[in-house]
Design a protein around this ligand. Structure first.
Ligand code: CO
Length: 283
């Protein structure tokens, strides 16, 4: 999986001077596209972090410069990795307030589809939230929880929690629903879909529900989970997961678009998008 030589913790140097003009141009294209879409759609907490950090449109950020600011704000820093890293390594980094970011950038002919998280997804999508003190603590707690989940054999369930919050989470604000999940804020089409489409369900965040729910890795989500604030997220993860794991071990998984009787529904999705896709696959 990893072709590049790396240290035992999978980190590599960013080697910023080696990025080509073509690679910086990909960053510029993605940056311009997303920064136009985010005002009025991204959570204020995300935009605050974004504006507080040296994330410019002209070039792929220099991680050293970025870290000087990020570390001063929340004690987090970004480390570069050549691609996806093993779970234990990933959680170990998070538990120590290090965020592993892909060092490479996607190719210009594949702007909207990436197989592994690249520097745009990881830095543009994830790092602004790490400047928020409560979210920063949540991510560290998540890393610690990940190391424990491995011992319980509950990595799938914890991965689903990550997906429902860190990658695809929505948050309520006084001005309406906003996005904060990195998988959404770094995607042009899902930014609109997650907030504006009638198709997906939007239900209130529930930790056990999130851990039981399957998700889409190949397409837009069929269900998004909504929080009222980041304190709600952090509080939910402060409890001991062991009894929760015990409980959900005996419960069936929930399909991506399914609604359950106990759900707090913000929007009942038509699932028109997912149904049309399924019909196309079947024909
Ligand atoms: Co991500």
């Amino acid at each position: 999986m990893l072709k590049v030589p790396h240290r035992p913790d999978y980190t590599i140097d960013q080697n910023w001077p080696a990025y080509t003009a073509a690679e910086h141009a990909v960053w510029q294209t993605l940056y311009r596209r997303q920064s136009k879409l985010l005002p009025g759609r991204a959570a204020n907490e995300f935009l605050d972090g974004f504006n507080a950090l040296p994330l410019g449109e002209e070039a792929i950020p220099d991680v050293e410069r970025l870290n000087a600011k990020l570390q001063a704000l929340t004690g987090w820093r970004v480390v570069c990795v050549p691609g996806l890293v093993p779970d234990a390594i990933f959680f170990e980094h998070l538990a120590n307030r290090r965020f592993p970011a892909g060092q490479f950038i996607r190719k210009p002919d594949r702007l909207d589809y990436i197989e592994e998280p690249d520097v745009f997804h990881d830095i543009f999508g994830h790092v602004p939230m790490l400047a928020h003190p409560v979210f920063a603590d949540y991510m560290q707690a998540f890393g610690e929880g990940g190391l424990r989940a491995m011992k319980f054999g509950m990595l799938t369930q914890l991965g689903r929690l990550y997906w429902a919050t860190v990658e695809f989470g929505l948050i309520r604000s006084e001005a309406g629903l906003r996005i904060y999940g990195s998988g959404i804020v770094s995607s042009k089409d899902e930014t609109r879909f997650a907030l504006e489409s009638e198709s997906p369900n939007r239900i209130h965040f529930n930790l056990e529900r999130a851990m039981r729910t399957d998700y889409r890795i190949d397409d837009f989500q069929q269900t998004y989970m909504v929080i009222d604030g980041f304190a709600e997220l952090f509080e939910a993860t402060r409890q001991d997961f062991a009894p929760i794991y015990e409980r959900i071990r005996g419960e069936p998984d929930v399909a991506p678009g399914e609604l359950l009787p106990g759900d707090r529904v913000h929007h009942r999705g038509t699932q028109a998008y997912a149904l049309a896709k399924a019909a196309k696959r079947a024909s």
